[in-house]
Design a protein around this ligand. Structure first.
Ligand SMILES: [Zn+2]
Length: 442
């Protein structure tokens, strides 16, 4: 009986899912200037099915900010009426999600197989980790740090010239499944390491003196989930129907049966571990959710999710060598450092601020892309459970979150044609920080 009940749930879940074609779905941006606006946003969120893009949840909406959210076609009229009746200033960022999704795959000659300028699915990325390590044994080794909720291997690449006792930098990508540009960056980093080692002075020095641990996708189950729906657009001017996977934008995370088709997010637990129930509630209020079906689920206990456990175990084991930690996200064009779970400042705030400032300047030098920077809580919003905060509190003094392109025109649906430029500019910033750390080892 139990078995058949579970099967029914799965069937219902997939039925829900395949019914979505995103035709007529819109993404809105609302400007929040006073308390009344915040209250109105709470009211809207409680009465309509809203998928928050930025911030991640209604609890993170703050004064003098903008809120991006996705609304289904059938709710668009109600939401627009609500915004207009209440004089909320808004713009439509994306008028039709379906056409924007097709536009995401705009790179020329989409071949099957791995490409650094395409979004690759998990199977392709997994094969690539094996291949790139096999082809570059003097620079890359591959290991498995754990398995996911659904049993997939979490592959980690160690990139650097093999020497004992090297300091290391840890970079993770794909924490949040819908942020596809993030895994693209991790792959790009490895490409550039292999391609420019021995050719380019800075990269050669970095790989000679540091090891880079690259986790190409952290939330693999979630990433796979975002690729499960197949969308068949008609190519303009032809009768050809191209089958492409689409990004399921409303789902950031691991699929769970108990959520009836909604995902649950393996997220690093509240970092400083609240000593009391009041503190826990405060942290939860500041951006994390206790619902396993929420996109900002904080886990049932600290490090309760398998993926989280694998990551923290690895970092703890290698804590004496890891000198910097980067977690790569999108979107917003921001370079953030601790803290995000509270407004308190890190002990080396001035140093991190100067370093972030220099890194975003370096980033902008290539394509003019403007980034803002600063401590997470004041620069973006309060968000508990971030891995950068956790890493910092473990003693990793240089801990950063990148929020890559863009600032909302495409949001999570950044076109493939922007992968190259996004990765090139981000690499400049990462290299800048890594070089700084070489001069400030601790
Ligand atoms: Zn993210």
């Amino acid at each position: 009986m139990l078995v058949s009940l579970i099967l029914v749930s799965v069937a219902l879940a997939s039925a829900n899912h395949s019914g979505e074609d995103f035709e007529g779905h819109k993404v809105f941006r609302v400007t929040v200037e006073d308390e009344n606006h915040i209250n109105l946003m709470h009211e809207l969120a409680s009465t309509s099915q809203i998928d928050f893009w930025k911030p991640d949840s209604i609890t993170q909406v703050k004064l003098h900010s903008t809120v991006d959210f996705h609304v289904k076609a059938e709710d668009v009229g109600t939401v627009e009426d609500f915004l207009e009746q209440n004089d909320l200033y808004y713009e439509v960022l994306i008028g039709n999600l379906r056409s924007m999704m097709a536009a995401q795959f705009d790179s020329h000659g989409r071949a099957t197989g791995h490409s650094y300028t395409k979004y690759n699915n998990w199977k392709t990325i997994e094969d690539w980790t094996q291949q790139v390590a096999a082809e570059n044994p003097d620079l890359i080794s591959r290991s498995v740090i754990g398995t996911t909720f659904e049993g997939r291997s979490m592959h980690l690449l160690k990139v650097g010239k093999a020497k004992p006792n090297k300091p290391a930098v840890f970079i993770d990508c794909g924490f949040h499944a819908r942020e596809w540009i993030s895994p693209a960056f991790c792959q790009w980093f490895v490409r550039e390491a292999v391609r420019t080692y021995g050719q380019e002075i800075q990269m050669t020095e970095l790989l000679d003196k540091l090891d880079f641990y690259i986790l190409p996708v952290f939330n693999i189950d979630g990433y796979v989930y975002t690729w499960t729906k197949v969308y068949e657009p008609k190519l303009r001017g032809t009768d050809e129907i191209k089958t492409i996977p689409i990004l399921i934008i409303s789902s950031t995370s691991t699929f769970r049966i108990e959520c009836g088709g909604r995902p649950a997010l393996p997220r690093l637990e509240l970092p400083v571990l609240a000593q009391t129930l009041t503190e826990t509630l405060m942290l939860v209020e500041n951006g994390a959710s206790t619902s396993p079906c929420s996109d900002t689920y904080c886990g049932s206990t600290a490090e309760s999710e398998k993926e989280t456990k694998a990551l923290v175990n690895f970092i703890r084991k290698n804590l004496s060598s890891i000198k910097a930690y980067f977690t790569i996200h999108s979107y917003s064009q921001m370079l953030l450092y601790p803290y995000s779970y509270s407004y308190k400042l890190p002990q080396n705030n001035a140093e991190l601020n100067a370093l972030a400032k220099a890194a975003v300047k370096e980033l902008a030098s290539l394509h003019g892309t403007k980034y803002t920077y600063g401590p997470g809580a004041t620069t973006i919003y309060l968000a508990a459970g971030g891995s950068d905060d956790w890493a910092y509190d473990q003693g990793i003094k240089y801990s950063f979150t990148f929020e890559l392109r863009d600032t909302g025109k495409y949001g999570f649906l950044l076109p493939e044609s922007q992968i190259r430029a996004t990765c090139e500019e981000t690499l400049l910033a990462v290299k800048h920080i890594a070089s700084y750390i070489l001069g400030h080892l601790y």
